[in-house]
Design a protein around this ligand. Structure first.
Ligand SMILES: Nc1ncnc2c1ncn2[C@@H]1O[C@H](COP(=O)(O)OP(=O)(O)OP(=O)(O)O)[C@@H](O)[C@H]1O
Ligand SMILES: [Mg+2]
Length: 353
């Protein structure tokens, strides 16, 4: 059952629509990430759900209840926003207790809940400290505890880890996922960081200019982007525009400039409607003309540029299909001008719109 639904939501600032007929549905207990370029409407969507912003039209429902006109104070939601700082003059205990006191929880019940949630975020023993006496990651955990202690119906995160250093970000995202799953709280998570979104989500929504271009499980989106926008956003750098297409039983046969290609059909992963082939630099196979035979899905070209990536070299290869970017692990790089052959495996090529 979908717990959270946004139906045909429109939001505008000064007559300019940021979200238009926006639809989203999230299953109970799931964590969904909104991922997309700056300005695409991620924070706007969260602010709307939180109740900080009113929709021009459309409906927001939670557990079958219409929330569209319910004020923020009546929504029992937890937020962790990048800029949602802790109260500096309150101890960790009082920071966490704040939302409970607002909700008239007191005495032994308040104490039990504050201590229990601090234990959940591994901060037992820090009750008497003040925010300035904690590390960035510890502070972020207090912010998460503060959001969780009210036992929210919904948890909203907006770039909660962007102020932390890389290692801490990874630890914290594991922690967020652990707590979210343990408590089974439906969560909407916004981040710029693709890896972060993909690693912690049940579902990822890729947004572009106020609409969701694709919604799906992380592994599905990662392998089978449906549109060029999604493909580019998740690291497919190579695109081939085909001239003709012929669908066979298990493969799709395509042609461009007398070059034949086949693309494996992924019946359960969408019909691959487009005429553009997309492939990641890691999935193109690069070799000398003697290593790769001419034939379908193979193109000859010349190395234009090579860059050292650490584990591998990245090449830009000039071909009749345009420049193709490809990564290859090797000891010594091919020199510029070297004639090479590229193989685009059928099962790694996807067709996008
Ligand atoms: N209060 C406001 N008044 C007018 N325009 C706004 C306001 N807040 C946001 N916008 C505009 O709405 C659009 C979407 O903004 P939003 O904050 O939702 O983007 P975002 O996807 O969260 O981006 P980022 O990744 O940079 O945080 C942007 O074009 C932004 O300039
Ligand atoms: Mg934002």
């Amino acid at each position: 059952m979908a717990l959270l639904t946004l139906e045909n939501i429109s939001v505008a600032y000064d007559q300019q629509y940021i979200l238009k007929d926006f639809n989203l549905s999230v299953e109970k207990g799931n964590l969904i990430s909104l991922l997309g370029p700056s300005g695409c409407g991620k924070t706007t969507t969260l602010r709307l759900i939180a109740g900080f912003l009113e929709a021009k039209s459309g409906k927001f429902a939670l557990n079958g209840k219409d929330y569209t006109r319910i004020p923020v104070s009546k929504r029992n939601f937890g937020f962790v926003f990048q800029s949602y700082a802790l109260f500096p003059h309150l101890s960790i205990y009082d920071n966490v207790a704040f939302g409970l006191r607002l909700r008239k929880v007191s005495g032994a019940e308040l104490d039990r809940r504050v201590r229990s949630i601090l234990e959940t975020v591994s901060l037992s023993g820090f009750e008497k400290r003040y925010p300035k006496e904690l590390s960035g990651g510890q502070r972020q955990r207090v912010a998460i505890a503060r959001a969780l202690v009210i036992e929210p119906e919904l948890l909203l995160f907006d770039e909660p880890l962007s102020n932390l250093d890389a290692n801490l970000r990874i630890n914290m995202r594991v922690e967020i996922r652990r707590i979210q799953q343990e408590l089974g709280i439906t969560t909407v998570y916004v981040s710029h960081d693709q890896e972060e979104c993909f690693s912690i989500s049940d579902q990822v929504a890729i947004m572009n200019k106020g609409i969701i271009e694709q919604l799906g499980a992380p592994a599905t989106i990662f392998k089978y982007p449906k549109t060029e926008f999604v493909a580019r956003f998740i690291g497919f750098t190579n695109f081939i525009s085909f001239d003709t297409r012929y669908d066979e039983k298990e493969v799709i046969a395509l042609k461009v400039k007398d070059h034949m290609f086949t693309v494996t059909k992924h019946a359960s992963k969408g019909e691959q409607v487009g005429m553009q082939g997309a492939i990641r630099p890691d999935d193109v196979i690069l070799g000398m003309p003697g290593d790769i035979e001419e034939g379908p899905n193979v193109v000859t070209g010349r190395v234009k540029v090579s860059t050292f990536l650490g584990r591998s070299y990245q090449y830009v290869v000039q071909t009749i299909l345009g420049d193709i970017t490809v990564n290859k692990e090797m000891e010594l790089p091919y020199p510029s001008g070297q004639e090479v052959r590229l193989h685009f495996p059928s099962e790694k090529l996807v067709l996008v719109e």
